[in-house]
Design a protein around this ligand. Structure first.
Ligand SMILES: Cc1cc2nc3c(=O)[nH]c(=O)nc-3n(C[C@H](O)[C@H](O)[C@H](O)COP(=O)(O)O)c2cc1C
Length: 373
């Protein structure tokens, strides 16, 4: 197979990397020697969150590049360029050399993770148990031990206080107009819309297993109103009144799986955010490869991370939702004082096969070939 064909296959694998709300901000440009990864900022999900979520995402991309390269018998050298963070210059350059020339041959675990790239998915259904004693959790811990700058914690029960915090994060999501707009941008209410855009959050995810019917209907009304020229102010003011316990987005309990995981960065430096993203991608692939279901739960981490770093000016009417949120998370997962939570997830045994119609689509315009002069 020619190098160009291999590069295309690598690009097609890398484009499967998950993104928040399936916003797909990454563009891959293939040339004779490798791949450039560009970032399209208007597609990056949270306009209000300075690039950190995208840097984390780039860490996921770099993990995928390494695994996909290995599958093609290539060693990957990735170089991030994160000083400018503009749309017209690449955020990362990847070049490949044949593995025979490489010092380290691809490992068994990398082969396993690479084989899961096209199977990996977000499973938001109820789970059928699982146990933190299962060997996959030892493998995940090993991944974390070998990743400098990122840590991984697990709990097997969802403490009441943390559940409350999840609920508060859901409420804040709906009560903060700016964030709600971000969210609505990616809500896809019909299969026709999904087929056309090939991105975003499917109505199936918003609806969940009919648990969120009220929530879904409410968003649907927002969607319709938005299409007719924006949400009127009177309707916005009424939003908090709709939100009560019946409309909570997060399930009442997540104790149906094996446990909840939390990835932290040690100092939120660029290197450590990249490392956290790499770890998240690798363990997500690991769990799916070992037939464990996986769902990120990032509402709280997003708030706590930004609040703790002083990025987000949470509107004053919402601050009551997050009183002592950092220390509440810290006491839940027992991470140390300087660490910052960036990515939480639930994992457990799936119930049967993952339905094909729940799989999210990828856009066709994310990979291009650079024409040589
Ligand atoms: C950084 C990040 C945060 C995410 N946060 C959530 C979340 O809080 N809740 C959720 O249900 N899915 C979350 N997702 C899952 C995405 O919505 C999902 O990956 C995307 O729609 C693509 O679907 P797929 O994973 O099935 O390929 C997150 C994904 C990433 C990469």
């Amino acid at each position: 197979m020619t190098t160009q064909k291999k590069l295309l296959r690598i690009a097609q694998a890398v484009i499967q990397t998950p993104t928040p709300s399936n916003c797909q901000p990454w563009k891959i440009v293939i040339d004779e020697c490798g791949l450039d990864i560009f970032h399209e900022s208007k597609r990056a999900k949270f306009a209000t969150l300075p690039d950190d979520l995208s840097v984390f995402g780039l860490g996921m991309i770099s993990a995928a590049l390494e695994l996909a390269g290995g599958k093609e018998g290539m060693q990957t050298q990735s170089t991030p360029f994160l000083e400018n963070r503009a749309d017209d210059t690449p955020w990362l350059r990847a070049e490949f050399s044949p593995t025979e020339l490489a010092e380290e041959p691809s490992s068994h675990i990398n082969d396993l993770l690479a084989s899961a790239i096209f199977q990996r998915h977000t499973d938001r259904r109820d789970y059928a148990g699982g146990s933190l004693a299962d060997s996959v959790f030892h493998e995940a811990a090993h991944e974390a031990e070998t990743t400098k700058g990122a840590n991984l914690y697990f709990i097997d029960q969802y403490p009441e206080d943390y559940l409350q915090l999840t609920h508060e994060a859901d409420l804040a999501f709906l009560e903060w107009p700016e964030l709600r707009r971000d969210f609505m941008k990616w809500a896809r209410f019909t299969d026709k819309e999904i087929a056309k855009t090939r991105d975003g959050d499917s109505w199936r995810d918003l609806l969940g297993e009919k648990k969120n019917l009220g929530y879904y209907l409410r968003l649907y009304v927002w969607g319709l109103t938005k299409k007719r020229g924006g949400v009127p102010g009177w309707l916005q003011k009424m939003a908090p009144k709709f939100v009560d316990k019946l409309y909570q987005l997060s399930p009442v309990s997540y104790n149906d799986g094996a446990g909840i995981g939390c990835i932290t960065t040690q100092s939120a430096s660029t290197e450590e955010l990249l490392a956290s993203g790499r770890l998240a991608m690798r363990i997500w692939l690991l769990f799916n490869a070992r037939n464990y279901a996986f769902q990120p739960l990032c509402n709280i981490t997003m708030f706590v991370y930004s609040q703790h770093r002083g990025f987000w000016n949470l509107p004053s009417h919402l601050t009551h939702h997050f009183v002592n949120a950092y220390s509440r998370m810290q006491s839940t997962f027992a991470f140390s004082e300087h660490e910052l939570p960036v990515f939480c997830f639930r994992t457990g045994m799936p119930i049967g096969e993952y339905p094909q119609n729940e799989r999210t689509l990828r856009r066709h315009d994310r990979i291009t070939q650079r024409q040589s002069d």
